[in-house]
Design a protein around this ligand. Structure first.
Ligand code: ATP
Ligand code: MG
Length: 398
């Protein structure tokens, strides 16, 4: 299901209108409808037609009828319509009045691109989750990306996906977006007949039926959309292609897990903007932390909400890493951190045998940590635990 976000801009100045159009034009699935104040269109018409998801109103010499119309919308549709205001030399009186009425956020001019894109993206992902839940869907889209090559993003993504499918009895699709060096199929000992490029290069053909034909199923029940076996060029991949693919996947599956390569392009950004949470995987050492910081800042600049980003401190040692966890949170500006234990033996066995972690060593700390992550994502996106005494009881009893 392709979820569109309807955004109405109601601006006092042509320049602001152009600026907002240029900023929001970079988000896929946003449908803009822009109006100049005093130009014939009126906020009062809202409610008669289809409701917008967002209204962006510019404060400058506001007319009383507009303010009243905004107050009415905020009162009648507090959960459906998000109102933002932007201003240059905002009249404080008007600002206070609108904030009191329930305006979600204010954007002083010049508008900070990342802040506006981040806020709008957040509303879009909220709408996707709401609609998916309304249709009986369970989960959402989670991305894994390494902060530095070889941090363990693929290992954790793959095993979280396998556990969600097998232990949590959910419908899970793992998409290997590491187009050139993806190794999910190899690590799970699969022989895929088709791969993700077939979907990415033909966005208009992608629907649930087409998608199903490209998928390979692992013994655990996990469905995999593999990357190509050769070094395919990535030039033809578009943000639209990736969005269509995730749209179709979300329609079919409870959980969609993306293994995203560490390349920051328009299409990887589109994948990350679709995801909540985005798990950045790295080790606790200075050079990885520096790269993680660069990535997180760049993502924020591209409108990927920092609030959606979480960090997994992989290969953690018994002793604390080089940077204490509180310091790490502060440096990266990330609140939610997870830990996965260093375990060379289990990792190598799993890799060499083409088997998930829990099939080679169910009781290892690393396996348990990854299981805790699967549990975390299940609860985060599904909003509830499986019943006590159900699937988990005795899971790690060995
Ligand atoms: N917790 C861990 N303890 C020990 N080894 C690990 C751990 N997690 C991953 N590894 C090993 O680290 C190596 C790199 O892992 P992986 O391929 O998952 O990283 P990645 O971040 O996806 O790398 P890339 O940037 O190449 O995509 C693998 O050999 C894997 O088995
Ligand atoms: Mg990888």
């Amino acid at each position: 299901m392709s979820v569109k976000l309807k955004v109405i801009g109601y601006l006092a100045h042509k320049d602001t209108l152009g600026e907002i159009e240029a900023i929001l034009g970079r988000i896929d699935n946003v449908v803009l409808s822009m109006h100049l104040q005093g130009g014939g269109w009126s906020l009062k018409s809202i409610g008669d037609e289809e409701l917008p998801d967002i209204i962006i109103h510019e404060i400058d010499g506001d007319r009383e009828e507009d303010l009243q119309a905004l107050e009415k919308i905020l009162l009648e549709y507090p959960d459906k319509v998000t109102v933002y205001v932007t201003y240059k030399d905002g009249d404080m009186e008007t600002m206070r009045r609108l904030m009191k009425a329930g305006v979600r956020d204010t954007f002083p001019q010049p508008i900070q691109v990342q802040e506006l894109v981040g806020s709008v993206t957040k509303v879009l992902s909220g709408k996707r989750v709401r609609l998916s839940k309304a249709k009986g869907g369970k989960g959402g889209v989670t991305s894994f990306m390494s902060a530095k090559g070889g941090s363990g993003a693929t290992t954790i993504a793959m095993n979280v996906a396998e556990m969600l499918a097998h232990d949590f009895k959910s419908k899970v699709l793992l998409i290997d977006l590491d187009i050139q060096f993806g190794d999910v199929a190899l690590l799970l000992d699969l022989m895929p007949g088709n791969n993700v490029m077939e979907a990415l290069l033909q966005p208009s053909r992608v629907d649930p039926v087409f998608l199903k034909a490209l998928i390979t199923t692992h013994d655990s029940g996990l469905d995999v959309l593999a990357s190509p076996a050769d070094l395919s060029p990535m030039g033809g991949i578009s943000p639209e292609g990736i969005t269509h693919l995730i749209d179709a996947a979300s329609e079919l599956y409870d959980f969609v897990i993306l293994d995203v390569p560490r390349v920051l392009t328009s299409w990887t950004m589109a994948a990350l903007r679709y995801s909540d949470p985005i798990m950045v995987v790295g080790q606790n050492n200075m050079s990885t932390i520096r790269d993680a910081k660069l990535i997180i800042d760049k993502l924020a600049h591209e409108g990927v909400p920092t609030a959606n980003i979480e960090v997994i401190n992989n290969r953690a040692m018994a002793k604390e890493g080089s940077v204490p966890i509180e310091k790490l949170k502060e440096t990266l500006g990330i609140e939610r951190m997870h830990k996965a234990t260093n375990d060379f033996k289990t990792s190598v066995h799993s890799q060499n045998q083409g088997q998930p972690l829990q099939d080679v060593s169910k009781g290892s700390h690393f396996t348990k940590d990854v299981h805790a992550l699967a549990d975390y994502i299940y609860v985060l996106q599904n909003g509830e635990h499986k019943k006590k005494g159900g699937l988990f009881s005795g899971l790690f009893s060995k």
